[in-house]
Write a new protein. Structure first.
Length: 725
């Protein structure tokens, strides 16, 4: 990493002798309880002035007058040479040359440099490189190993001790920085600079040259770009650093056009699933994503929200279990919880990318827009990155949705949150105002109430969770009130203002013009989501959207342009991740010529409040409207043995069926694990099961699932563990 700084204060030359000097010490240094500084001029006895000069790292002029200089090959130089020869013929050398874009590194160093100077630390690029190397060694442990020829072993080292080559007048020395993974950037900078300075002053101690597990050579300090460094035996790998140079990216005007059979735009639950299935069908498939694999669901919605719901619920449970004999006062480290949440997200999104690649999907990062009905242009992110044109035979649009903003409450304001902002907050506000009592608002209301915030929900309608049934909503609303959530119904957010106490004032207004004000520290706007179609230039492909911005499709996911499909939130209700995945599979199979269509009988939905809600199919009222004569059965969780053992007995399991045939038409569950339990009712509807089928299926005892069985029995007037209607 050559710069003026690295030349003046950093290690910068080849490191082929990472253990050579240790070998030399064995023949020149006497053991002592406390190692003394090493005289780097020590070597074989100098028999002539030329010998003495060579030992000191200088040359002598040939007395013949030819102008040649003679430097005897002995001392440190000969030891280095022999060690290099041994390494070359013992460890197989495979050299990989690469160029890295280091703009972020340069910016990070520039940002930290003033703080380093204030702490009297000379911050070069080397500490950053060292930390990056450790991250790489952890992923590829065989590069951090030691070759033991005599024992025929390769030892994977558990520590990360990096040798940094330093040029001295007497030759190359490689002091070792130990435990790099446990040290910060400033500490590493101080240690590297100190070791380099003492190496040049010939004041290193023997133990400061031993114990390296990996070495770094910086040939870039003399202007080099590529070289083949020799591994320092008995290590098994070495890194050679070239120069940092300013380069100019050239964008080709008139980009190259490539083709694909299936183009998928958007890598959310609908898009990546469609891409994988299309590739599995043997189609050449290209997936374009502008942000992160997994879409809003994996990155800013389903997964991160459930992680925080689980974390907050665990803390609340632990602090409120006195009735079980458990007494605790848990402390919540919000920053750590968010870090854990982010780890879950990273693992899943990384898994999506790997699955796509493993199935042969071509991945492109960028923003796609239609040029025509069989062509898109993909603009790559970043200045000077350019664009490319893709022609396609079939396309699947899966660009998802985003949170709706309301006038005067722009998410750019630090105190105005979208749902994504609420999931990334590393502190809990004392007072949280939530605009909107739908499923997103209510999930986050219960989450933040459990984390200790005073939560106020402002909802224009007269109740939460429209359009769920009243008795389902009541269970959730009453539980939220127990957690301290306050509700203000019939009010809409009108504006906000700064408050004298340093917080903010949330102003609301009813339809009659009555105004109210609530003190808050953060305002979460959760009034719904809207499709992401801007920037797609759909009109160039001949596609129009409806008055809400959604793309209309048929039961085979086709748009008005038959070879272009749309799936997921961008295609409208039900705007659920699992529905998007199902639609993505159908789209891919239709393109592949399979007899696929959206013939699903019912799509389940869940709300992860406390308690949870799970619904599928028809309610009793909907069944009547559809011409059925419905029969309904219920099982309250306060009569469930398993529910009692969890301490959560709120709610019920309800099943709706046709009285004449017994066919299951729908189900509504509100209570513990409702999101899991509803799958049984969904399966019953899809397969055309009857109440008798569900009731006659033996369920494990004691489980919450028995409540579904009992509800089916109750509908038949044969329940055992609850009173029949």
């Amino acid at each position: 990493m050559p710069t003026d700084e690295t030349r003046d204060g950093e290690a910068f030359v080849t490191a082929e002798a990472v253990n050579a000097y240790a070998d030399a010490l064995e023949s020149t240094a006497e053991p002592a309880p406390e190692p003394e500084p090493v005289d780097l001029d020590a070597g074989e006895a100098a028999a002539t002035p030329a010998d003495a000069a060579a030992t000191a790292g200088v040359s002598a002029t040939d007395a013949s007058g030819s102008g040649d200089e003679t430097v005897p090959y002995r001392g440190v130089r000969r030891t280095i040479g022999k060690q290099m020869e041994r390494s070359k013929y013992t460890a197989p050398h495979v050299t990989h040359h690469d160029t890295a874009e280091v703009d972020a590194l340069v910016e990070a160093r520039a940002e930290l440099k003033p703080k380093a100077e204030a702490s009297d630390v000379k911050l070069t690029y080397m500490p950053f490189v060292m930390k990056a190397i450790v991250a790489g060694l952890k992923e590829y442990p065989y590069l951090n190993s030691e070759l033991r020829e005599d024992d025929e072993e390769i030892v994977l080292k558990g520590e990360y001790n990096l040798g940094i080559a330093v040029a001295t007048d007497a030759g190359l020395m490689v002091p070792v920085v130990e435990d790099v993974d446990e040290k910060g950037l400033f500490e590493l900078a101080d240690e590297v600079n100190d070791l380099a300075a003492r190496a040049r002053e010939r004041k290193l101690k023997p133990d400061e040259m031993n114990g390296g597990t990996f070495s770094i050579t910086n040939f870039g300090a003399i202007g080099g770009e590529y070289a083949t460094p020799i591994i320092n035996y008995p290590e098994t790998a070495i890194l050679g650093l070239g120069a940092i140079e300013d380069t100019q990216r050239i964008m080709v005007v008139g980009d190259v056009t490539t083709g694909t059979e299936v183009l998928v735009i958007g890598a959310g639950p609908g898009g990546y699933v469609a891409a994988i299935r299309a590739a599995q069908e043997g189609l050449d498939t290209t997936l374009v994503e502008k942000d992160a694999y997994g879409g809003a669901c994996l990155n800013r919605g389903c997964i991160p929200s459930k992680a925080l719901i689980t974390g907050s619920g665990l803390a609340h449970e632990a602090g409120n279990a006195e009735f079980m004999g458990v007494h605790a006062d848990p402390a919540v480290d919000m920053g750590k919880m968010v870090e854990w949440k982010d780890g879950v997200v990273d693992r899943l999104t990384g898994g999506v990318e790997k699955l796509c690649k493993a199935n042969g999907v071509n991945l492109i990062e960028g923003t796609a827009s239609f040029v025509g009905e069989d062509t898109v242009r993909v603009a790559h992110g970043g200045d000077g990155q350019g664009s490319e044109t893709l022609s396609f035979e079939h396309a699947i649009v899966s660009t998802g949705s985003r949170p709706i903003q309301i006038p005067g409450f722009e998410f750019a304001e630090d105190h105005v949150w979208s749902s994504a902002d609420a999931l990334d907050a590393d502190t809990v506000p004392d007072r949280l105002g939530i605009v909107g009592g739908g499923y997103i608002g209510m999930e986050l209301a219960t989450t933040y109430a459990k984390l200790g915030a005073d939560v106020t929900v402002v909802e224009m309608l007269d109740d939460i969770l429209d359009p769920y049934e009243d008795d389902v909503k009541r269970v959730v609303r009453e539980r939220a009130a127990e957690l301290g959530v306050e509700f203000q119904f019939g009010e809409g957010a009108s504006e906000w203002a700064e408050a004298p106490d340093g917080g903010y004032l949330l102003h609301t207004e009813t339809e009659d013009g009555e105004e109210s004000t609530y003190g808050v520290d953060k305002i979460l706007v959760a009034v719904g989501r809207q499709p992401v179609t801007d920037g797609l230039d759909l009109e160039n492909a001949g596609i129009e959207t409806d008055d809400r911005g959604f793309i209309e499709t048929d039961d085979r996911t086709r748009t008005a342009v038959e070879h272009i499909h749309a799936v997921g939130d961008v295609a409208g209700d039900p705007m659920l991740a699992h529905a998007a995945s199902n639609e993505g599979i159908v789209a891919a199979e239709v393109i592949a010529g399979e007899p696929a269509a959206l013939d699903r009988q019912a799509v389940p939905a869940a709300v992860f409040t406390d308690p949870e809600i799970g619904t599928v199919g028809m309610t009793e009222a909907e069944a009547e409207d559809a011409g059925f004569d419905p029969v309904v059965g219920e099982m309250p969780f306060n009569a469930s043995g398993r529910a009692m053992t969890t301490g959560h007995t709120e709610g019920f399991a309800r099943i709706v069926a046709d009285e004449e045939t017994g066919f299951v038409l729908g189900g509504q569950i509100v209570g513990p694990e409702a999101s899991e339990l509803i799958a049984e009712v969904a399966l019953a509807i899809e397969m055309g099961a009857t109440l008798e089928d569900v009731a006659a299926t033996v369920h494990t005892h004691p489980t919450l699932a028995e409540a579904v069985m009992e509800a089916a029995e109750n509908a038949r007037g044969q329940a055992i563990h609850t009173l029949n209607r």
